[in-house]
Design a protein around this ligand. Sequence first.
Ligand code: FAD
Ligand code: SF4
Length: 331
Amino acid sequence: MNKFTFVSVNNPDAAIAELDEHDSPKFIAGGTNLLDLMKENVERPDHIIDITHLAFNTIENNPAGGLRLGALVTNADTAWNGEVEKRYPLLSQAILAGASPQLRNMATNGGNLMQRTRCYYFYDTATPCNKREPGSGCSAIGGYNRILAILGTSELCIATHPSDMCVALAALNATVNITGKNGERSIPFSDFHRLPGDRPELDNTLEAGDIVTSIDLPAEDFTTHYKYLKIRDRASYAFALVSVAAALKIEDGKIVEARVALGGVAHKPWRSMEAETLLAGSLAGKEAFEKAADMILQGAKGYGDNTFKIELAKRAIVRALTEAAGLEEQV
Ligand SMILES: Cc1cc2nc3c(=O)[nH]c(=O)nc-3n(C[C@H](O)[C@H](O)[C@H](O)COP(=O)(O)OP(=O)(O)OC[C@H]3O[C@@H](n4cnc5c(N)ncnc54)[C@H](O)[C@@H]3O)c2cc1C
Ligand code: SF4
């Protein structure tokens, strides 16, 4: 690990002011991702700003009738919060599918959004990687790419976003609240993470110095028909090969509203509004679910080792929607 200085701050202005004093400063929250990356020499901050004492540590009602999840609340406290369990069980399910209890006790909501890709080459500083070192090349394209993306990729990067929590937040139409050098603002969740395009080094649309303060969940909930399905190599302690957050509103067997977001397949949680529109108005059942799955994977592209994910994702979508609808016997 390289040398760095460390400071603990008590308010966002102090955190932001620290940034101007150093070449490559980094905020730290739970440290479960940043410290790993520092040990691997992928992240090399010269100054660490401990933000864990900022007041973003509550879960409370927001003005729109939904819930506001503080950025510094741990993943465990969020998943087990009574209001989250009751009003947003899809989110609890997704968080609890991630990492391990020990990690969830340290990992924060803000850190979860900001965690970096698990692409093997990104972690291996002996190999070219456009995300780690812009312009150096992508070792995964033409390399071993079993866990990498099949949707929304670019010629420069096929990394996936590794979070489970973010897949549910995307399906629930969450909003990310931020404070930064230019004051406060909010970003709809679908615009928070980026596709790689020609700037794969950028994971999200934050500006330098922005701090995530909280995440807002809208009042609208999906408490009856929901499922977070995570397909992975091991039953625990593994990132998703493919995951699906599915939420439905069903009346008299007909879908009136549908949300489907995928994890493990793209640089960001993947949603297809066309497929959700197709589902709304359809009878809840295999036929509609298969059509939606085909539509979602329409533009998918495999890179060899990960081509199996296209069929896996289709089947995972059908299964998640079937379980969300309470029609397990049809699978
Ligand atoms: C072995 C292992 C297995 C895991 N498995 C899973 C899994 O299956 N599913 C899953 O979803 N996750 C998994 N994780 C990832 C884990 O969820 C993340 O490491 C964690 O959520 C990061 O949160 P943190 O508070 O520790 O972030 P930190 O490590 O403190 O920070 C991560 C990044 O976010 C920035 N940051 C933190 N907070 C803020 C903020 N409020 N505003 C702006 N920037 C901020 C930091 O500067 C840093 O760049 C796993 C991690 C490990 C180590
Ligand atoms: S896929 Fe992205 S993160 Fe992985 S090696 Fe290529 S550029 Fe790097």
